[in-house]
Design a protein around this ligand. Structure first.
Ligand code: CAO
Length: 416
């Protein structure tokens, strides 16, 4: 079967998480991804959070499947020549170095265009143009600067970062979308272009509804927030909303049977207006169906705490899975709080290829998250991450057409 990005060759100059998630997705879509790493060192994550002595870490392996690894010192003169040749042979260059690092290597966007006018160069930086454009940035800094932390957590607690890596993996997704669009445009124009996805901007894009609420504050309180029913005044910026739903259908995380000993015995429960009557029947409150205090969504807004307390009395008598089984037939939107242990054992996620077991020569078998995007005509097969420099000779010969003597000379120069 052919793959969506067959024939696309990517010069992968990424490291840590944001860039590697982008190029891993493109590799799953069929691109030939050549990961360039510093000789003897490699991507810093290879050795970070190590759990098996001498083996590449899960941090690295889970972000770098389906790629080839080429070691290359891009500051060595011969290394620069090899890199120039690679730039000419690739369709896309992806990088997430600190601001200015690529320019200091001698590979500015202007130089890349001179070498290959068809090149699509894709960059992740923490911030776009402005006062912080020169700053180094990691995941949680982006979550904070992009508006996520100030709107996550409970009103009476500090700002919180989330477990979802929206700064790194979220930005990687944005960049991958930009690259595929630029490849399509290039098919029409014949020209490459610069694609940039700053981490702050990507997080903000994912926090769009919170900027919506910021502007709604100008015309009155945010009535779907719990604090409205609690008569707590709103300040001048979007507050933290605990587990309130971010949309127009109020929802909460509620305790289920066993919550006293199981930290994940909870369900998310949404009081969708369309199924309100069914909710009343299921939880044993049929009198709420006709009562003017409960029958309409506006009437319920000031009573959300009372309503969710009553629903919780019911959910506490059921396991989180029983809540699903009892609510689903009535189309009541609920969802169990699944632990990572439960997810790792979930059979349907394994069958769909979203949880995959991979074998690795240094560390043996491990689980990873496969491609979350499913194609009917571009099958994804997850293959293990490369060892450092595993494909150096293969790439020098097959992609760059160096012969054995030239490869020996390149090796002797210390460039690879
Ligand atoms: N050969 C020779 N030198 C190489 C090389 C190679 N193959 N690969 C990297 N280097 C050099 C770089 O040129 C740079 O050298 P200079 O500082 O002399 O220019 C040096 O290695 C360090 O690169 P760096 O500054 O990108 O790496 P860092 O570990 O100091 O910083 C990070 C890491 C992530 C903070 C920074 O890269 C960054 O801000 N990136 C953009 C934002 C981003 O993607 N953040 C998400 C990371 S995941 O949380």
């Amino acid at each position: 079967m052919s793959k969506a990005l067959d024939g696309v060759r990517i010069l992968d100059f990424t490291h840590v998480q944001s860039g590697p998630t982008c190029t891993q997705l493109l590799a799953w879509m069929g691109a030939d991804v050549i990961k360039v790493e510093r000789p003897g060192v490699g991507d810093a994550t290879r050795k970070q959070l190590a759990d098996v002595e001498g083996a590449d870490s899960l941090y690295f392996t889970m972000l770098n499947h389906n790629k080839r690894s080429l070691t290359l010192n891009s500051k060595n003169e011969t290394g620069k020549e090899v890199l120039e040749r690679l730039v000419k042979k690739c369709d896309v260059l992806v990088e997430n170095f600190a601001p200015g690092a690529l320019d200091r290597m001698g590979f500015s966007w202007e130089r890349i265009q001179e070498l290959n006018p068809k090149m699509i160069m894709a960059s992740v930086k923490g911030f776009g143009p402005g006062p912080y454009e020169d700053c180094k940035v990691y995941e949680n800094v982006a979550q904070c600067a992009g508006g996520s932390a100030s709107t996550t957590g409970f009103r009476d607690g500090p700002p919180l970062v989330t477990g979802a890596q929206i700064g790194d993996s979220g930005t990687g997704l944005h960049l991958a979308l930009g690259i595929t669009a630029a490849l399509l445009q290039r098919a029409n124009t014949g020209r490459g272009q610069l694609v940039q996805a700053p981490m702050q901007d990507s997080v903000l894009n994912l926090c769009r509804v919170k900027l919506r609420d910021q502007q709604r504050l100008d015309t009155g309180p945010l009535k779907e927030y719990s604090q409205f029913g609690e008569n707590v005044e709103f300040g001048d910026s979007t507050p933290r909303a605990g587990n309130d739903s971010g949309g127009g259908q109020p929802g909460r995380i509620l305790k289920c049977k066993g919550w006293e000993i199981d930290p994940n015995a909870y369900t998310y429960f949404i009081t969708q207006a369309a199924v309100w009557q069914k909710i009343c029947d299921v939880i044993g409150k049929p009198e709420w169906k006709e009562s003017p205090d409960y029958a309409t969504p506006p009437a319920r807004l000031s009573r959300l705490n009372e309503i969710f307390n009553e629903i919780e009395k019911w959910t506490m008598t059921k396991t989180k899975f029983e809540v699903m089984e009892l609510c689903n037939p009535h189309n009541i939107p609920v969802g169990p709080i699944l632990s990572m242990k439960e997810i790792s054992e979930d059979l349907s996620l394994r069958e769909s290829g979203t949880i995959v077991e991979v074998d690795h020569p240094e560390r043996g078998k491990y689980l990873t998250v496969g491609c979350p995007i499913k194609f009917s005509d571009s099958a994804v097969e997850v293959t293990r991450s490369p060892l450092l420099g595993e494909h150096t000779d293969e790439i020098l010969s097959d992609v760059l057409d160096y012969d054995a003597d030239q490869i020996a000379a390149i090796r002797a120069s210390g460039a690879v």
